[in-house]
Design a protein around this ligand. Structure first.
Ligand code: UT7
Length: 323
């Protein structure tokens, strides 16, 4: 028998304000056609004034608890993947913990930018396998609209805000790749590429800063590295693209999603795509896509899922799980 971290519930939250591509046409030298053709994005959600990442995360967490039929104090830990925490400290995860009325366990943030949710899932899995925690809420939540330079057409049209949350619970499995739960992960980073995607401010520079990206270069790395990491995670448990029911990719660009699926020899009707509605929500994009994919009736119990993501760092990785 082997301990597995099995999904018990999922939920998401998107802020009310929906911003179509046409809103950018009025302010920038851009067009709906360009944005759709180059990225696949048609609209995105933006937070309201005063709304924070922990607010979005709390709403997604409540939805996941309701889905699992659990109370906050049933959880041992909350791991929140974000690069847009409300404050420099404490961790936004502790704010979610307090908002939920959770009076036990522990909570902390993980920061691996767009790959954050994959890194957080792998961390949660490690804690469950080591016996540190039995039930872990893993959240991805972001307010990237706060990091936009609205005069930069090459970045400001791409990102959105949102949150998704998933609850993992320790269960006994047989130890082979037919088990439900997380089966493997593959994590990577290469700080030599840190200038390709970064925020030009931070605590030490007394500023919040704006997101800066060399899009074409990040694109090149993404197409190469995402299929590699997905294959590496599948290899660890003797599986291939042919075994995959759903790729649930980081939703940055439809062309990257399509190219990765092609390299994995998985047809697009087995890929969950939400980028048209959410834009790039960084660490929130995978849990949002998992939750929307489940709600659409695409993802069902027993399905083999591969999640893969890349972002600032560069940091990238993949998780293989059976729903
Ligand atoms: O989530 C983290 C990881 N991030 C990503 O995965 C993003 C990766 N990169 C991308 O998704 C794509 O590179 C972009 C969508 C950012 C850009 O698409 P691209 O096909 O790589 O375009 P490009 O950067 O090569 O730009 C092509 C042209 C340029 O004009 P010139 O130099 O050819 O005259 C840009 O100035 O498009 C221009 N351009 C725009 N035109 C209209 C850039 N942004 C815009 C815009 N509207 N919003």
């Amino acid at each position: 028998m082997t301990t597995r971290a099995v999904v018990k519930g999922i939920g998401h939250y998107l802020p009310e304000r929906i911003v179509p591509n046409s809103e950018f046409e009025a302010k920038l030298d851009t067009s709906d056609e360009w944005i759709k053709a180059r990225s696949g994005i048609e609209r995105r959600h933006f937070v309201a004034e005063g709304q924070t990442t922990s607010d979005l995360a709390t709403r997604a967490a409540r939805a996941a608890l309701a889905d699992a039929g659990m109370q906050a104090d049933d959880l041992d830990a909350i791991i929140l993947a974000t690069s847009t925490a409300d404050l420099t400290f404490p961790a936004a995860a502790t704010m979610v913990q307090a908002n939920l009325g959770m009076t036990r366990g522990f909570a902390f943030d993980v920061q691996a930018v767009c790959a954050g949710f994959v890194f957080a899932l792998a961390n949660a899995n490690g804690m469950i396998l080591s016996g540190q925690a039995k039930r872990v809420m893993v959240i991805g939540a972001e307010t990237f609209s706060r990091l936009m330079d609205w005069s930069d057409r090459s970045t400001s049209v791409l990102f959105g805000d949102g949150a998704g949350a998933l609850i993992l619970e320790a269960q006994e499995g047989s130890g082979d790749n037919t088990d439900r739960g997380i089966l493997s992960s593959d994590l990577n980073s290469d700080g030599r590429h840190r200038d390709l995607l970064y925020v030009d401010g931070g605590v030490s520079t007394h500023s919040t800063g704006y997101l800066r990206m060399q899009g074409r270069e990040v694109f090149r790395h993404a197409v190469e590295k995402l299929a590699q990491t997905a294959h590496a995670a599948l290899d660890k448990v003797g599986l291939t693209g042919g075994d995959v029911a759903w790729i649930v990719p980081h939703q940055a660009n439809l062309r990257i999603i399509t190219a990765t699926a092609q390299r994995m020899q998985v047809p697009m009707d087995r890929v969950v795509v939400t980028v048209q509605d959410h834009g790039n929500t960084s660490a929130a994009s995978i849990p949002l896509a998992l939750s929307v994919g489940r709600d659409r009736g695409q993802i069902k119990q027993g399905d083999l899922i591969v999640t893969e993501a890349i972002g600032g760092g560069l940091a990238w990785g993949a998780v293989v799980l059976r729903w």
